[in-house]
Design a protein around this ligand. Structure first.
Ligand code: SDX
Length: 428
């Protein structure tokens, strides 16, 4: 194999395929012609060795625990930036000037209201519907309300749809919470920041004003930053695949929400806190560690492990520090945080987890903070979807603008029956 080609010997023939370099990270072997050359497919269920696209948004080095958004380390963004600024960075590729940030924030702020008819849509759900079920339905229905921004070939309509999605997700998420709580919807206010507005729409009631606590606003904004984007994860790949058919952006984001809901993905934050509550006390941790290691037991440590990170998830580092800060500042003494920290210590010193390189991921500590702020567990994945919308939208825009993009259509290794003739029922 030369530096920039990979040779494949198959069926007595040799084929050369180009090796492509990124700006950093693994090279790729361009196998687009492999089927035409060999009549064979590559086989990669779960896409463990497959690059589905070219992207300049987010870079992850799983071995080193590195996460960059447009080149900026997640730790620096979480400590020094804001979710609005990170959203601008993901969408536009560069950090904004003050004027650019003010204009972007002004635009997003003035898209936060939703069509009043949407409130009727919510009333079709049972009050005990899971908020993620409501999110799937309501976001999918947005194309029925915002027809004028569904032409994916019109850059201006793509921009408006992108702004509408980023701006309206907090309102839709807060409405999902209010509906399940049986409380009246709270309208957005243009004098509040993106995150303060969301907290007020969630926790304010007509009987009592909710003044967002700056500690809570800062922690929530940091959590949004940590969840904004993450390369070609399952839900982002879902959004890209839906978008590759030309589906409108609202439908694509709804598809991403559906995929994110799974407990192996974004649903892990809800599952992780439920697991910590089930464990309950430090003395019961060994029992659950044993279950996690038992091949015959489907139980897994939720919030642990990752397809890409074989080192500490850098987001989990920030999340654990934020949890400590928020609990201290709010004066919340949550024994579940102690269980989480002890569980982490035991797992990180257990040969099973060390050998399999299983570390806490972004979902392990987030629930401790969200619970302290006052969110019910069922809302945790909704908050993940709210924040990840900017990443999904940025990835969708990048895909639409990529000249190499075409409809995604994987093939298969067929292992079903070979052709056979129909047998009438009288002869079976
Ligand atoms: C997110 O992709 C992304 O970037 C996702 C995300 C994002 O920001 O978009 O980072 C967000 O989804 C984080 C992950 C949240 N999920 C969980 O916390 C659920 C628990 N973790 C897992 O189920 C698992 O670790 C995955 C799904 C996250 C990753 O699974 P992989 O890469 O397919 O790995 P695997 O299932 O093949 O596991 C490898 C081995 C297996 O053992 P063996 O079959 O080799 O003997 O590790 C074991 C697994 O049994 N293992 C675990 C474990 N995770 C993996 N054992 C116990 N507890 C766990 N949590």
């Amino acid at each position: 194999m030369s530096d920039n080609t990979a040779s494949l010997n198959v069926g007595g023939n040799s084929y050369d395929y180009a090796v492509m370099d990124g700006s950093v990270g693994p090279q790729v072997i361009d196998v687009r012609k492999l089927y035409a050359n060999t009549g064979m497919f590559t086989y990669d269920p779960g896409f463990t060795s497959t690059a589905s696209c070219e992207s300049g948004l987010t870079y992850i080095d799983g071995d080193e625990g590195v996460l960059l958004h447009r080149g900026y380390p997640i730790g620096q963004l979480a400590e020094q930036s804001s979710f609005m600024e990170v959203s601008y960075l993901l969408l536009n590729g560069e950090l904004p000037s003050k004027q650019e940030l003010d204009e972007f924030t002004h635009t997003i702020t003035r898209h936060t209201m939703v069509h009043e008819q949407l409130t009727t849509f919510y009333r079709g759900f049972r009050r005990d519907a899971h908020p993620m079920a409501i999110m799937c339905g309501v976001v999918g229905a947005l194309s029925a309300f915002y027809h004028d921004s569904t032409d994916i070939n019109d850059p201006e309509q793509r921009k408006i749809a992108s702004h509408r999605l980023i701006a309206k997700m907090p309102t839709i998420a807060a409405m999902a919470y209010k509906y399940s709580a049986g409380q009246p919807f709270v309208y957005p206010r243009n004098d509040l920041s993106y995150t303060a507005n969301f907290l007020r729409m969630t926790f304010s009631v007509p009987a009592e004003e909710y003044i967002p606590d700056p500690v809570v606003v800062d922690a929530m904004d940091k959590i949004f930053i940590l969840h904004a984007d993450h390369e070609q994860n399952a839900s982002t790949s879902t959004v890209r695949l839906a978008g590759s058919s030309g589906a409108n952006p609202f439908a694509c984001i709804a598809a991403g929400i559906a995929c994110l809901w799974g407990p192996a993905h974004g649903g892990a934050n809800e599952a992780a806190l439920n697991m910590l509550h089930e464990i309950g006390t430090v003395d019961r941790i060994p029992e659950y560690i044993a279950r996690a290691k038992n091949k015959d037991d489907p139980f897994r440590l939720m919030g642990f492990g990752h397809r890409v990170y074989k080192n500490y998830d850098p987001r989990a580092t920030v999340m654990q520090k934020t949890a400590k800060d928020v609990l201290e500042k709010l004066g919340v003494d949550d024994p579940i945080f102690d269980v989480a920290k002890e569980l982490e210590q035991i797992a990180l010193n257990d040969p099973y987890f060390i050998e399999k390189k299983l570390y806490p991921n972004v979902d392990f500590y987030s629930g401790v903070i969200l619970s302290a702020i006052g969110f019910p567990t069922e809302m945790f994945t909704v908050l993940f979807a709210l924040a990840r919308t900017v990443g999904w939208v940025a990835q969708w825009n990048e895909m639409i603008s990529d000249p190499a993009q075409k409809i995604g259509r994987p093939r298969q290794l067929y292992t079903g029956p070979v052709q056979r003739d129909y047998v009438p029922v009288s002869a079976r």
